[in-house]
Design a binder for this molecule. Structure first.
Ligand SMILES: Nc1ncnc2c1ncn2[C@@H]1O[C@H](COP(=O)(O)OP(=O)(O)OP(=O)(O)O)[C@@H](O)[C@H]1O
Length: 328
């Protein structure tokens, strides 16, 4: 696609591309200037996030300008092929790693500007996390209730800790295992205790990296139900990285990451037909990044033989993308 190509086609596209008056231009400039900043109302806002790893002189760009907004109270899933950058993003959001460039803000905390003390407070109080490896989430010599109480003790909330630990275990349906140590629990029970631990200090965000990865599907469902419960009862914002199709399709929003960027999103909503029958409707969206770049799904471009150059047409309510017709 060349510039001339786009503008000549756009010029032919009718009213949307019609002549522009000075007033119209001024109005657009003012509207642009007065626009709220990117992600101003989001709880998690990643803006052109870059993470470059250098090992033995070789650079790997794990995140290549990733944009992501998550609203307060959302329960959403992140999916993507191995190596696409999911864990890198989660480690940054968890405050365990620092991005190379870009901006990332979680619950008002600037993840690039925090000093060591602020980072520690962030990890203890603002975010909670649940890892795939069940053993990584819990201390083996403490009981379930003691594991849940520990983060509160570290924060200096020793008084309420026993009561809150029991409340959380009960909410997640595992009150009866409070006095057992991790090795006396099933994988699913361990992950539910891990969720209670992560929720102990009432974090703004709960992050989970493949939390059902080591579990069979029935147990995975129970663990996912515990996340849903936490989201509904406590209003905690939850981001789950998953390969598990069942989890990915159970949430209202699934964001796909490809080559270190968010590439597409599936939104699901419940529709009620004339007979009052409910059904879940899913729609896939492509992501337009802040530089105006769009990743077209490979199966679409391959089906139409689109490779390097495509033709664009601006219409009143959509933009058309056509295979290259320059040589015809
Ligand atoms: N500490 C590191 N040092 C060097 N390269 C790294 C490091 N961590 C991640 N990478 C590289 O960055 C890219 C993204 O890795 P990441 O672990 O974020 O992917 P992922 O989507 O979580 O994959 P998976 O689903 O397999 O866990 C990969 O190419 C990986 O090899």
């Amino acid at each position: 696609m060349t510039k001339t190509d786009t503008s000549s086609r756009a010029a032919a596209a009718g009213p949307a591309a019609g002549p522009t008056t000075l007033e119209e231009l001024e109005r657009r400039v003012t509207a642009h200037r007065d626009r709220p900043s990117y992600g101003h109302d989001a709880l998690i806002a990643c803006d052109r996030l870059v993470r470059i790893f250098t090992t033995d002189g070789v650079e790997v760009q794990a995140l290549q300008g990733l944009d992501l907004l998550v609203k307060e109270g959302e329960l959403m899933a992140l999916v993507g092929a191995s190596g696409s950058g999911k864990s890198t993003l989660m480690n940054i959001l968890a405050g365990l790693d620092v991005p190379t460039a870009g901006a990332a803000r979680v619950a008002g905390c600037d993840l690039l500007a925090m000093d060591g003390k602020a980072r520690l407070r962030y990890r203890r109080e603002v975010v909670g996390f649940v890892w795939q490896q069940t053993a990584r989430n819990l201390l083996p010599y403490l009981t379930a209730a003691q594991n849940v109480a520990l983060p509160m003790q570290l924060k200096g909330r020793a008084k309420q800790k026993t009561e809150r630990a029991e409340e959380l275990l009960a909410m997640l349906g595992i009150a009866e295992i409070r006095d057992r140590r991790p090795h006396q629990l099933s994988g699913g029970q361990q992950q539910r205790v891990a969720i209670a631990v992560a929720l102990a200090n009432n974090p703004a965000v709960l992050l989970a990296d493949e939390p059902t990865g080591e579990l069979d599907s029935a147990t995975g469902e129970q663990v996912f139900a515990a996340f849903r419960r936490a989201n509904e009862e406590l209003g905690t914002t939850i981001v789950i990285v998953t390969h598990d199709q069942a989890v990915a399709t159970e949430v209202r929003r699934t964001v796909a990451i490809r080559d270190g960027r968010t590439s597409s999103e599936v939104l699901r909503r419940t529709e009620v037909d004339d007979q009052g029958k409910e059904s879940l409707v899913a729609r896939e969206y492509a992501m337009l990044d802040r530089a105006g770049r769009l990743q077209l799904p490979a199966e679409y471009t391959e089906a139409l033989g689109m490779e390097h150059r495509v033709a664009l047409e601006l219409e009143q309510d959509h933009i058309g993308v056509w295979p290259d017709d320059a040589e015809r």
